[in-house]
Structures are given as C-alpha cells and as structure tokens.
Design a binder for this molecule. Structure first.
Ligand code: GAR
Length: 187
C-alpha cells in the first residue's frame, strides 16, 4: 500500500497530531505524516513534529502571502491530504481551490450544532444531553463540509468545561483515525 503523504495543521497543544503520528506507525494505516504546518511559533504541539523528525513550517498569518508559502511547501512535499487538527485559522476559498485535494477537519461538537469557537462553553450553556465530535471535509463554509463520521457520548450533570473537553478529545483521537481509514478504504 502506498501511504498518502499528509500534512497536519495545528495551532496549539497538538494532542490530535500526537495520536495521528502514533497511528501512522502502523504499516496498514493509510497515511504518513510528512509535514506539519503551524500558525503559532509557541505552539506546544510543535514538539511532536520535532520529536518525530517531521518537517514543519511555521507561518505568520499576519503576512499577506502566508497561504502561498504553505501551498509551495505542500507541493514540495507532495502532500495529498491535509488534516486540520485544532488549526484555529480559517482556510481561504482561494487556498481550497488552489490546493485542489482533500482537506479534512475535526470539530469538537456534533455538527451542524455549535460551529465555530468556544464550543464546550456553549454546549454546557445550552444544557445539551449529548455531545461529541465530527470529522468532515472542508469547503468554503465554516465547519460546513460533508460529514465523514461523528462519535457521541452522554453528558453527565457534573461535567464542567474541562471534563467535557477531556471526554470529547478522547473520542476525537479515535474518530480522526477512523475517518482517515474510511475515506481511503476504496482508493
Ligand atoms: C480539538 O479539540 C479540535 O476539535 C479543536 O481544537 C482542539 C485541538 O486540540 N478544533 C476546533 O475547535 C476547530 N474549530 P489539540 O491541539 O490538542 O489537538
């Protein structure tokens, strides 16, 4: 099996990146993490790229040409899948069009509920009984592309934001890898 060369975009802690790297050590996992892109030079998650000798690119999103820089690197590293794993910058329509290959994102809610930021706070405020995570294709609408899969759990009355995040992220680690296996199953 030829494994798809994949780039993971991060902004912060990188726990999803860490899990994708771990799972990609299995020979039958369909992707290989070949590049990491990060918009925050102080992101803790960069440690996972460094520790695993994965090339990484730090971009300054205040610069006008930063997406062009990313596209050049993606081409250089022959990347055929982008995984957005806690990348907190909105990808432009132009970028999506110019890249032209698969981009997937993980979001910590049962989309279409709670698109955007501060998800856990809003889930609790809304007194939801159930929550979870969604892996979906990225299109020009925020958190709006075709769903690949969702995983859910019931919210305990005692959960605070921190606990909700912890439980959601436990599911995310499985959901991201399962979604990747699902999209490449027949290719
Ligand atoms: C994840 O929970 C992911 O779902 C969320 O950011 C977190 C990143 O954690 N993404 C979004 O909210 C995107 N709208 P990580 O850096 O530890 O993987």
């Amino acid at each position: 099996m030829v494994r798809k060369r994949t780039c993971v975009f991060i902004s912060g802690y990188g726990s999803n990146l860490k899990n994708l790297i771990k799972n990609s050590r299995y020979q039958n996992f369909p992707i290989k993490i070949s590049l990491v892109v990060c918009d925050n030079k102080n992101a803790k998650g960069l440690i996972h790229a460094k520790k695993n000798s994965i090339p990484y690119l730090i971009v300054d999103t205040r610069k006008r040409n930063f997406e062009h820089k990313i596209l050049k690197k993606l081409k250089k590293y022959k990347i055929s899948l982008i995984c957005l794993a806690g990348y907190m910058k909105i990808i432009s329509k132009k970028f999506i069009k110019n890249y032209g290959k698969k981009i997937i994102n993980i979001h910590p809610s049962l989309l279409p509920k709670f698109k955007g930021l501060n998800t856990f706070k809003r889930v609790l405020k809304n007194e939801e009984k159930k929550t979870g995570c969604t892996v979906h294709f990225v299109n020009e609408k925020l958190d709006g592309g075709l769903k690949i899969l969702q995983k859910s759990f019931f919210i305990d009355k005692n959960y605070n934001e921190e606990k909700l995040k912890e439980e959601t992220q436990k599911l995310e680690y499985r959901a991201f890898s399962e979604a990747i296996i699902k999209i490449f199953r027949y290719s």
